[in-house]
Ligand binder design. Structure first.
Ligand code: SAH
Ligand code: SF4
Ligand code: F3S
Length: 479
């Protein structure tokens, strides 16, 4: 029903310079009568889902606002991955309580993974919440809002085996107009023992390949230069064409999107080490616009812990994967997710994770200490027995090791020239641009006349920190 979304062309443009983003509408277009405010937490998937929610709401007459004080509907798209993520949401709900007290009639909705995990309990625990909507139930939002308006609180946390929102054109929120996310799978069929995602997001399903390519084409036509294909485990993407019965694999999908246009960069996240295969690596090698960057979370560098985590690979197997990537794609950057202090982890086992950071040469990692999640296999089977102080100390050691690895990797880039996609002004100075190279490293460099966000330039690296490269524009690749 949103297939030919007539509002696609009328996407409200936000004013970058103002924090309280005003929303503008095309001349002659009636502003929506009601406004929604949405905050997103958690992974990129959640941010991408919020754009689907925004599109559904716009269809039913709600326009986005960044000013919570003027909103008729406040939505919070929540994450359950760690206890801290849930605490943050509860704190935000206290703030919304105050807004609601000033503006009676404002509705508050909880979306996403915490909604799915806590279901109707949310309504008892948090009195101000008017609706609780799980990740597969967003099409039901207009109905739930209408009944909440009449004073009936509502819950829909039905998890679907089919829903991919394939036909909905996301309304790009907070976009820089250059990069966008495209969701390609939903849910997860893995059962990592620490992880709540299979319970909050349900079974894995893959979205129609043609709708993915159509979204990429539409984005390119609107000036976007980079898409990131999103899923909890993108490499297990598989879609069967109902007419021809032909199956599209992730590697084939990558190629289909890469062929939209050579100037449209393609990224993807997250790759599971057990599922990424040579075909994917060949696609990266053969297409210049498929970025040389793989996010390949290891979680732990120790085989016994990996087994307890139910990751289905061991240290040696992971190392072989890293070796293969380096062999086929010498310029490919690899990043990771790491958990410290998982149940029964010893000092020796922790050291295996430290050494893995060095071995894999990660350009960066997302690092966490283990947080037990109710209902997961680990919560049922293993004791969360590593004291918090030890988990935190190990985390500091991991962070330090990663900082050293990032610095070493950045030092190797000294004097190299990279093709960079300009994403906009650097945070520190409007005299500088920021952009990324294929390896997903951020580079800051002085502006030059005639260049703008969305352009590609060649930048030679002249200096660096562990987090950022600094450089200057050069005329051509070889300079
Ligand atoms: N699908 C991705 C990541 C999903 S969640 C993957 O398989 O890698 C993002 C990251 O959060 C995970 O990679 C993991 O490092 C971390 N994480 C998940 N559950 C956690 C928990 N219970 N405690 C601490 N970190 C956790
Ligand atoms: Fe969680 Fe594992 Fe699935 Fe990633 S692959 S979402 S860590 S269960
Ligand atoms: Fe969090 Fe759900 Fe993503 S738990 S990490 S928002 S899938």
């Amino acid at each position: 029903m949103y297939n030919n979304n007539p509002t696609l062309e009328n996407i409200p443009k936000k004013v970058d310079e103002t924090k309280q983003g005003e929303v503008f509408f095309k001349e002659g277009e009636a502003a929506p009568t009601k406004k929604f405010y949405i905050e997103s937490y958690g992974c990129q998937m959640n941010f991408s889902d919020s754009e689907i929610v925004a599109s559904i709401l716009q269809e039913s007459g709600y326009g986005p606002t960044r000013n919570i004080e003027e909103s008729d509907l406040i939505l919070i798209n929540t994450c359950s991955i760690r206890e801290k993520a849930e605490d943050t949401v509860r704190k935000r709900l206290r703030i919304f309580d105050k807004v609601k007290a000033k503006r009676p009639g404002t509705l508050v909705g909880v979306l996403g993974c915490m909604a799915e995990r806590l279901k109707a309990k949310f309504l008892d625990e948090e009195k101000l919440v008017d609706m609780v909507v799980g990740p597969d139930a967003y099409r039901d939002l207009p109905k739930l809002i209408a009944s909440a308006d009449e004073g009936h609180k509502g819950v829909n946390v039905f998890l679907s085996r089919e829903e991919t929102y394939a036909d909905i054109s996301p309304l790009r929120l907070d976009s820089n107009g250059v990069s966008a996310f495209i969701s390609i799978t939903r849910g997860c069929n893995n059962m990592c023992s620490f992880c709540v995602v299979p319970y909050t997001r349900g079974r894995e399903r893959s979205r129609n390949s043609f709708s993915i390519v159509a979204e990429a084409v539409d984005l390119y036509n609107r000036g976007y230069k980079e898409v990131t294909l999103l899923g909890q485990n993108v490499d297990s993407y598989t879609w069967e064409n109902p007419e021809t019965k032909e199956k599209v694999s992730f590697a084939q999908l990558l190629v289909m999107v890469a062929e939209v246009h050579p100037d449209l960069r393609v990224r993807f996240s997250t790759s599971h080490p057990k599922d990424i295969n040579d075909e994917v690596l060949f696609a990266i090698r053969d297409y210049e616009n498929i970025c040389n960057y793989i996010h390949l979370p290891v979680q732990s560098g120790n085989s016994r812990i990996l087994e307890k985590m139910n990751r289905t690979y061991d240290r040696e197997w992971y190392i072989q994967k890293i070796d293969r990537i380096h062999e086929l794609l010498p310029d490919c950057a690899i990043s990771s997710d790491i958990i410290t202090g998982f149940c029964s982890e010893t000092e020796e086992e922790h050291k295996d994770t430290l050494s893995m950071i060095e071995y894999a040469n990660y350009t960066m990692s997302y690092m966490f200490f283990y947080s037990e999640r109710p209902g997961t296999l680990a919560a049922k089977k293993y004791e969360d027995d590593i004291p918090l102080a030890v988990k935190k100390r190990r985390l500091v050691e991991i962070v330090d090791a990663q900082r050293d690895a990032s610095m070493a990797s950045n030092l190797k880039d000294s004097n190299k020239t990279f093709k960079v996609l300009i994403e906009g002004d650097s945070k520190r100075s409007d005299q500088d641009f920021k952009g990324r190279n294929s390896q997903n490293k951020m580079i800051i460099f002085p502006k030059k006349d005639g260049l703008k966000k969305g352009d590609y330039v060649h930048v030679k690296v002249t200096n660096m920190t562990s987090a950022t490269l600094l450089g200057e524009i050069v005329d051509n690749k070889e300079a």
